[in-house]
Each structure stands twice: as structure tokens, then as C-alpha cells.
Design a protein. Structure first.
Length: 315
């Protein structure tokens, strides 16, 4: 790799979005360095990827790992509060990352937020994302804010686990009537969007949504049809759906869904009326991957705690 090539720093290149992003950056001839909490996770990129720790507790080291970067791509976040990670700690850590990037002279930041981050401050996930969008703007560094809702593709959690429930449970419970909407985007299209905004000038923002809009009931019904399984899809009060999820949690060693995620879903916060950011249809992708879709449960907690194995091997 030429040392004159632009240096892109990616948080979590061995994870989900970061892995797709790294693949595309390397294909375009960039140098890529990752900052990661999982430096011993298997590295599919070999010596093409430079690995540094995500040293939130060592600001000088964090700053040094960002020095010389043309672009910082930040995918770091947590999905829910847990005894080992919280929204508050994720906000504090990301602020440290932005401060280190400022001191290191990073030229641009591409930051992953969430759709409608500024419209649901009563929900901790959205409040934290809103706070960080404001913190990024306050740095004065040219930046892009990319706002996904639901991502699917290799290693996804939500779509895979809907399929897992449909394969393994006799009934799928909808939260309410399932009429709320969402527009899933393929993770590779998300990565391409981030690469595009890395090369733009000034401050930009994009809603990262796919070409298909579903009600939640339509999404579950579509996946059921593609899998070829016969399951009842039953509306239920949100509290009952949450309780059912909590009953399953101990068996999968994970948190299937949270109260806040149900609230955001039912408010259609995972939808947008902006143009599609990618062309990959979930229906086409699911049909191509039907043999694997939902065969194994995808564990968020497992990925956080089992940091020396690939996502394929997380149990």
C-alpha cells in the first residue's frame, strides 16, 4: 500500500458496518487503520489493515492513533444499556474520540448516527445520538452525519433474528398492529454511502435508507414467505411482546429487544421519506441467502463479550 495514499481511520473494522466499509476503502486504494476494542478478533484483511486499540482511557495514545488521518469514520456505539456498557459511557467515549481527532488534525469525520436523532430525546439511544451530533458540529471539523435506521446483510442482527424467531417459534408476536414503517438498507450500501460522504466538501448529512418500505407486519410476513415456514403472526400489546422477549433472553444469552427499541419502531423512527441511499432490495437479498438466514441466533451481547472470535463463531 502506497504511503502517499490517504489514511482512513475506521472504528470497528473487524465488526459489522466497519468491516464492509474497510473492504470498500481498501478496494479504492486507501490506507486503513482501525481503532478497536477487539484487537484479537480474527483479521480478514491481513497486513492491509493497521490495528490500534480504541484507547478511550489514554487520550494521548488515542490522539496519536489518529494523527495523519484524512478521514475518521466513526461507527462506535452501543445498542442498549448493559452492566458492561451504557449509553452514557458511549457518549463520553465518543466525545473523547472527537476531542482526540481535533488535536490530531483529522481533516474530516464521517459519523454514524440514527434516523431522526433529534426527534426522540425521551429515548436514551436517540438522546445520546442527538447529543453526539451536536458535539461533532461543535468541533468545527468538516463532517458528514450518516443516519441509518435498519441495516441488513452479512452479520446483521434484526432481520436475521426475525427469521430465527420465525424458524424456531410457533408464533411471532407483533408489537401492536404492526402498521408502523421502516426502510432497511444493505450494509454494503451503507458503507458505499459513507465512502461517498468522505470525499465531499463541507458539512453533509444523509438518511441511510433502502429502496423498499415495509410496515413491520409486511416485513415479518415477507420473511416468513421467503423462508417457506407456516407461523402465526399475532398482534399483541407492546408490554406483552417485551415480556415474551425477556423470557427468551436467558436461553440465548442476549437482549432480544428493549422497551426503547419497541417505542422507536412503533413511532416509525426507522423510516424516512428521503431518496434511497442504495439499490439492494431486502427481498432479493433474503431470497439469495434463504438457506442461511435465521439458522443461528445473532447475539449482540455475545459480540461485545467474545472479542477473540469472528462474528461467525460467536455463540
Amino acid at each position: 500500500m502506497s504511503q502517499s495514499a490517504p489514511l482512513h481511520v475506521v472504528t470497528g473494522a473487524l465488526g459489522y458496518t466497519g468491516r464492509s466499509l474497510t473492504e470498500q476503502l481498501l478496494q479504492r486504494g486507501a490506507r486503513v487503520r482501525t481503532l478497536t476494542n477487539s484487537p484479537n478478533r480474527p483479521n480478514p484483511f491481513g497486513d492491509q489493515l493497521e490495528i490500534h486499540p480504541l484507547a478511550f482511557d489514554d487520550p494521548p495514545r488515542l490522539e496519536e492513533s489518529l494523527r495523519g488521518a484524512t478521514v475518521l469514520h466513526n461507527t462506535y456505539w452501543v445498542r442498549f444499556n448493559h452492566r458492561n456498557f451504557t449509553f452514557d459511557s458511549a457518549v463520553a467515549n465518543t466525545r473523547k474520540l472527537f476531542e482526540a481527532a481535533t488535536r490530531a488534525g483529522v481533516q474530516r469525520i464521517v459519523h454514524v448516527s440514527i434516523l431522526h436523532a433529534d426527534q426522540a430525546d425521551d429515548l436514551g439511544y436517540y438522546h445520546g445520538k442527538h447529543e453526539l451530533e451536536d458535539a461533532l458540529r461543535a468541533t468545527g471539523i468538516p463532517h458528514a452525519i450518516v443516519r441509518p435506521g435498519v441495516l441488513f446483510g452479512r452479520f446483521d442482527i434484526l432481520v436475521n433474528n426475525i427469521a430465527w424467531v420465525l424458524r424456531h417459534m410457533p408464533v411471532f408476536g407483533l408489537f401492536g398492529d404492526g402498521s408502523y414503517t421502516l426502510r432497511p438498507l444493505h450494509v454494503d450500501d451503507m458503507a458505499a454511502l459513507m465512502v461517498d460522504h468522505a470525499s465531499r466538501a463541507g458539512n453533509t448529512q444523509a438518511d441511510a435508507v433502502g429502496p423498499e418500505r415495509f410496515t413491520f407486519r409486511e416485513l415479518v410476513s415477507t420473511i416468513r414467505s421467503i423462508l417457506g415456514v407456516r407461523r402465526w403472526i399475532v398482534p399483541m400489546p407492546p408490554w406483552l411482546g417485551l415480556a415474551a422477549g425477556k423470557c427468551i433472553n436467558p436461553f440465548v444469552g442476549d437482549v432480544i429487544i428493549t422497551r426503547e427499541e419497541i417505542a422507536g419502531l412503533m413511532r416509525s423512527l426507522l423510516d424516512s421519506h428521503e431518496p434511497a441511499a442504495g439499490a439492494t432490495k431486502l427481498t432479493d437479498w433474503a431470497r439469495k441467502n434463504v438457506d442461511d438466514l435465521g439458522r443461528r441466533y445473532a447475539s449482540e451481547v455475545g459480540r461485545r463479550l467474545q472479542r477473540t472470535v469472528s462474528y461467525d463463531d460467536v455463540r
